[in-house]
Design a binder for this molecule. Structure first.
Ligand SMILES: [Zn+2]
Ligand SMILES: [Zn+2]
Ligand SMILES: [Zn+2]
Length: 229
């Protein structure tokens, strides 16, 4: 099982860190890497898999960015499988990816700018896919006087390392999820490449083991590598 320290990596300094220590590491790394502006330029925001604390990312969000820009980044790194709908729930309001289909008064568009919504300590939820839903929690950590890296309005500045997943046959690192076994409720649904060769289930019913809270869900096959974040 994953340890309680939830190991990860700061993508600015390239140093190893943990979920708990990441904020300090990120601020230290930004200070060393970038010019300090007179006014706050960005928001530091932590996203975590709901009920899956081992999956976490820190985003640096340009103050001119919208919720849609964050949604795009979350999809790219953790979520996108078949273009499902998504939304943010913040302070009792819904901000949806396609608000024209909505029937509730409280629904707004994701094109809303973050600066009008975010404040220190604000928490909320992101929802991807109303069928096989992946829920993420988020918390706005603080405003920072540093810009996001060039060409990015939302930058992943730290993320968890791949949580340990072991082959149910031989105990080596697992690479494949057998969906037939998973859907049948078996505990033995993770396999390494070699053991999966010998496995009897339908080969079409497999997904790769990937670093995301959507691992093994719908048709999810993985997202951004660290150097694309
Ligand atoms: Zn899907
Ligand atoms: Zn194996
Ligand atoms: Zn199977």
């Amino acid at each position: 099982m994953a340890s309680r320290t939830y190991p990860g990596r700061c993508l600015v300094s390239k140093n190893d860190t943990t979920k708990r220590k990441a904020k300090t590491e990120i601020i230290k790394a930004l200070k060393a890497d970038r010019a300090e502006e007179k006014k706050p330029q960005s928001w530091l925001v932590l996203f975590t898999g709901e009920g899956m604390p081992e999956y976490w990312i820190y985003l640096l969000v340009d103050r001119k960015a919208t919720l849609k820009d964050i949604d795009k980044k979350l999809r790219a790194v953790w979520l996108e499988c078949c273009g499902h709908l998504s939304s943010f729930k913040i302070a009792g309001r819904d901000y949806e990816s396609f608000p024209e289909g909505a029937f509730l008064d409280v629904v707004e568009s994701m094109e809303t700018g973050v600066d009008g919504i975010f404040c220190d300590g604000l928490t909320g939820e992101h929802i991807y896919d109303y069928g096989s839903t992946t829920y993420l929690d988020f918390k706005v950590i603080s405003k920072l006087p540093y810009r996001t890296k060039k060409g990015y309005d939302v930058e992943i500045v730290a993320r968890n390392k791949m949580p340990e997943a072991l082959c149910s046959v031989c105990g080596k690192e697992a690479t494949i999820i057998c969906l037939e076994c998973l859907y049948e409720g078996s505990d033995s649904y993770l396999f390494c490449d070699e053991c999966y060769e010998e496995h009897e289930c339908d080969e079409g019913m497999q997904l790769p083991v990937v670093n995301s809270p959507r691992c093994g869900v719908c048709a999810y096959e993985g997202g951004l590598d660290d150097d694309m974040c």
